[in-house]
Design a protein around this ligand. Sequence first.
Ligand SMILES: Cc1cc2nc3c(=O)[nH]c(=O)nc-3n(C[C@H](O)[C@H](O)[C@H](O)COP(=O)(O)OP(=O)(O)OC[C@H]3O[C@@H](n4cnc5c(N)ncnc54)[C@H](O)[C@@H]3O)c2cc1C
Length: 435
Amino acid sequence: MRIVILGAGVVGATSAWYLARAGHAVTVIDRQGAAALETSFANGGQVSASHAEPWANPAAPRKILRWLGREDAPLLFRARADWAQWRWALGFLFECLPARARANTRELLSLALYSRGELQALRRELGIESDQSPGGILTCHTDRRDFDRAARQAESLRELGAEREVKSPDQCVAIEPALAHAKARLAGGIYAPSDESGDAFKFTQAIAAHAAAIGVRFRYGCSVERLEIERGRIASVIVHDAHEGAEEAVTADAYVVALGSYSPLLLRPIGIGIPLQPVKGYSITIPLEAGDEAPRVSLTDEAAKLVFSRLGDRLRVAGTAELAGYDTELNPGRCEALVRQTFALFPRAGRPERAEYWTGLRPATPSNRPLIGRTRLPNLYLNTGHGTLGWTLACGSARALADLVAGRRPEPAFRFLESSERAGGALLETAPRSP
Ligand SMILES: Cc1cc2nc3c(=O)[nH]c(=O)nc-3n(C[C@H](O)[C@H](O)[C@H](O)COP(=O)(O)OP(=O)(O)OC[C@H]3O[C@@H](n4cnc5c(N)ncnc54)[C@H](O)[C@@H]3O)c2cc1C
């Protein structure tokens, strides 16, 4: 089959690899000049399969209320006159109900563990180096109540296959000695020894190069304008090619939308509404020199919602979430706060004035479950909505998509999209297989 993938982020590029390897003739279209130059460019780097819970959980509403009005809040809702944004916020609250949060956690965990295995297999098979660090992920808690809750949850998630070990402050410092300065503040930590971190940008560029080597055509500098429908199917995608300075209709047998946060803008005009909002985040990258005392094990500061990943000779720190539309301006206050919080924890982690700032838009669904599979249009597929976990879930989502295109049921116990239409909605989800 001829397949056109829209978007060359980590999700689009991995989809291209698996679909090409399954024998399809694949073309990838992206407006940027190379792969992974938008949200997949400088994320937190964590492949947090054992920590794949959604943000929407029973404790979230209380925390969000506490943060309301605080400019430096880890999660910020900038209210706008936008019905889609309000509907998303209501959907988020619904997903915080205990039964919903439990089901979402189970499904995300299943997809994430599968995805981590696929990522590791690809790396071994293709010899990809992307500053990965296999030292696990340690989630540090400073709030005693949160820590006790996380310790109880670790028990139940272990039964589902997540490796999580409960650690005392001393044990946290033994795992990551750079935490010594922060030990007095720690209530404890949850360690996932089989998780890892790495540079999503480097990996995406590498997998795109491998995909090109097996025949995938990457068309960069091409902006996707709209999808054309004829007789209930996608007939073509209209792109504007910046090199040619002209519009062109690109045709294929099937189309995959992997445009990250921009996916709804293309789908809405053809009557497919998806619950996806851009959620803005920030990162800083600090170059390291010999003698700098930056953490080597990937860390999460649960209270501040910050992640720290050592990427070779750089320290990546990422966090903050703003529901504020498609704004990608760097807010100086947010950048300074990240630097301040980093050096409060790790006073000798490089030089603050050398920090590079970045912001990106997480393609977030209220449940944090991505949308993977076929829409009601028989030749239109989605692989989007990976929110906070796009790097963690990319390889598994892409392999699952290739299975769905081939008519096979993917391995993870996850609700993928189906072809027929749900009453009143655009998409139908299958029931997850039991794990
Ligand atoms: C601060 C921050 C920290 C994060 N940390 C982590 C983490 O530690 N672990 C983790 O698993 N995930 C993390 N994430 C989430 C992860 O980065 C995303 O889920 C993932 O990058 C999304 O990938 P994507 O391919 O769907 O989107 P993108 O990477 O945005 O790719 C979409 C592509 O579509 C292209 N495009 C869009 N519109 C058009 C158009 N009209 N025409 C042509 N091309 C178009 C873009 O150029 C882009 O290349 C983080 C995100 C942020 C913002």
